[in-house]
Design a protein around this ligand. Structure first.
Ligand SMILES: Nc1ncnc2c1ncn2[C@@H]1O[C@H](COP(=O)(O)OP(=O)(O)OP(=O)(O)O)[C@@H](O)[C@H]1O
Ligand SMILES: [Mg+2]
Length: 488
């Protein structure tokens, strides 16, 4: 086999130069093929030790031949570059077993280091075969901004793995969507995807929900009931809002992850489990660890691959794509084909989007339902973003680009999330208490932390009766960490 790198790229001059420099004295040379048919000829003759390919080529799409190449020469590492930069490009690259996927523009240093790694690893061939034929599916994740490229890159690497992933990001940034995409395009796609939201289940029932319970395990446990671990066997278990998991359940979960088996509530027999865990939270877990509300050891077990989803205000370039995506969806509901004016998009770029993509999605739906105009104008956007509340509040104050840290903003997105989650029905009863719980927990823990765990002092600061504070501490299962602190 010739010692040559086959290079296939439209704009290959710069890349060729940089690679040739990097490969001086290695015995490798760079050979441009210029189009798909030449590439195929060379590769099928057994030439080349590494293939670097663009996706869109003058004579076609490289993804049309890559599966054939992978079949013919499974050990030939392939590096895919692309200017298309969509989620599906990253996924397809991972499906054809690409060694690396580089969305353009990339740093040439990144390419040379990927090449060096690929050549070094070339002997460890026998990577996983593609899981399924390439399909043209509707894209689950929209956005081509640099911030989303980083996300796609991590996702593409994770697709063929079983690693535990911790997705963080503000409310409405797409954490659940990403968790589903990880499952849907990963190697467990034929298994079940089971989601459990720690914030939506009464704390005392979480363990039974996760692990199931035996008949008679507690009052009302009339029959043996399977838990989410059992349901997710062979698939993915999505632990949503993991930051809201009570301590005892955390301890139990940690043990399950360590030992690969669990027992049902009220049961004795150890049950083996085979699930991929994906966790998500909008909270700062390191802060919860400091407050004694989250186990550090569990955090490290879950945070094997951290994946941070950027807030919408960090990827305003994606507004256009996202709006088009959501408008296209509303079109099927009402006939009118709506568009949006460039000024209106600019108006939207000045908004801070505390509720992120969910807020945008709700806004587009509302616009489609409320306005009969074919073109959504800047005036409409201005009116919608500055009068009724989708997170923007007051007159213009919410339009700064910084994070919206106001309570009203948080309440807006929390209520929005509830509405979204229960659609087309109304949210389940108890909305007030659920929100109050969410509000109270950080308020109490932070005040207690501030007062070194002194409940009397905390009650004073809060302006509440001591007994009330005690009751609330019990209700939330807050663990008090006593600590002396200056002046307390
Ligand atoms: N990149 C994206 N492309 C298209 N739709 C998106 C994207 N990100 C989020 N969405 C949509 O926005 C809505 C909110 O996403 P999702 O529920 O996944 O957010 P989340 O981070 O889990 O929010 P929360 O913390 O409030 O639960 C969903 O309807 C989802 O389909
Ligand atoms: Mg969510």
């Amino acid at each position: 086999m010739a010692n040559g790198i086959i290079l296939l790229a439209d704009d290959d001059a710069a890349i060729r130069m940089v690679l040739n420099q990097a490969l001086t004295r290695t015995g490798y040379e760079v050979r441009p093929t210029g189009n798909i048919s030449t590439m195929w000829n060379w590769v099928s003759r057994g030439e080349g030790d590494l293939l670097i390919t663009d996706v869109a080529m003058p004579d076609g799409n490289a993804f049309d031949v890559l599966p054939r190449i992978k079949k013919l020469r499974p050990d030939l590492p392939i590096i895919v570059m692309s200017a298309q930069n969509t989620f599906m490009t990253a996924i397809r690259a991972s499906e054809v077993g690409a060694y690396e996927y580089l969305p353009k523009p990339f740093d040439l240093g990144e390419l040379t280091s990927a090449v060096a790694r690929a050549l070094a690893d070339a002997r460890n061939a026998g990577r996983e075969p593609p899981q399924r034929p390439v399909e043209t599916e509707t894209m689950p994740l929209v956005g081509r901004s640099p911030a989303m490229q980083d996300v796609y890159r991590v996702l593409a690497r994770l697709m063929q793995s079983d690693l535990t992933v911790m997705i963080t990001g503000e409310s409405g940034t797409g954490k659940e969507l990403v968790a589903k995409a990880l499952h849907q395009f990963g190697k467990r796609q034929n298994g079940p995807f089971v989601a459990i939201n720690m914030a939506a289940i009464p704390r005392e029932l979480i363990e039974a929900e996760l692990f199931g319970h035996e008949k008679g395990a507690f009052t009302g446990a009339n029959a043996r009931t399977s838990g989410r671990f059992e349901e997710a066997e062979g698939g993915t278990l999505f632990l949503d809002e993991i930051g809201d998991m009570p301590m005892e359940a955390q301890t139990r979960l940690l043990r399950v992850i360590q030992e690969g088996e669990y027992t049902m509530v009220g049961g004795r027999a150890a049950i083996k489990t085979n699930v991929r865990i994906v966790a998500a939270t909008h909270r700062d877990l390191t802060q919860l660890i400091r407050q004694g509300l989250f186990r550090e050891d569990l955090y490290y077990r879950l945070n094997v691959v951290p994946l941070r989803l950027p807030p919408l205000r960090e990827r305003l370039d994606d507004l256009g794509d996202l709006i088009a995506h959501f408008l296209a969806r509303t079109e099927t509901e009402n006939e009118a084909q709506k568009t949006i004016s460039p000024e209106a998009i600019r108006e939207m770029q000045a908004h801070s989007w505390p509720g992120n993509v969910r807020e945008l999605e709700n806004l587009i739906r509302r616009l489609a339902a409320l306005y009969s105009d074919d073109v959504i104008s800047a005036a409409i956007i201005d009116h919608e973003l500055n009068s009724t509340g989708t997170g923007s509040h007051g007159s213009g104050q919410g339009r700064t680009r910084g994070a919206d840290t106001s309570i009203a903003g948080a309440v807006n997105s929390a209520v929005g999330a509830e509405i979204q989650a229960s659609e087309p029905h109304l949210p389940p009863a108890g909305l007030y208490q659920r929100l109050m719980d969410e509000f109270e927990l950080p308020l109490l823990t932070m005040t207690l932390d501030l007062c070194g765990g002194n409940q009397i002092k905390a009650a004073e600061v809060l302006g509440l009766n001591r007994n009330t504070v005690r009751k609330k501490i019990r209700h939330h299962g807050i663990e008090i960490v006593k600590r002396s602190r200056g002046g307390v």
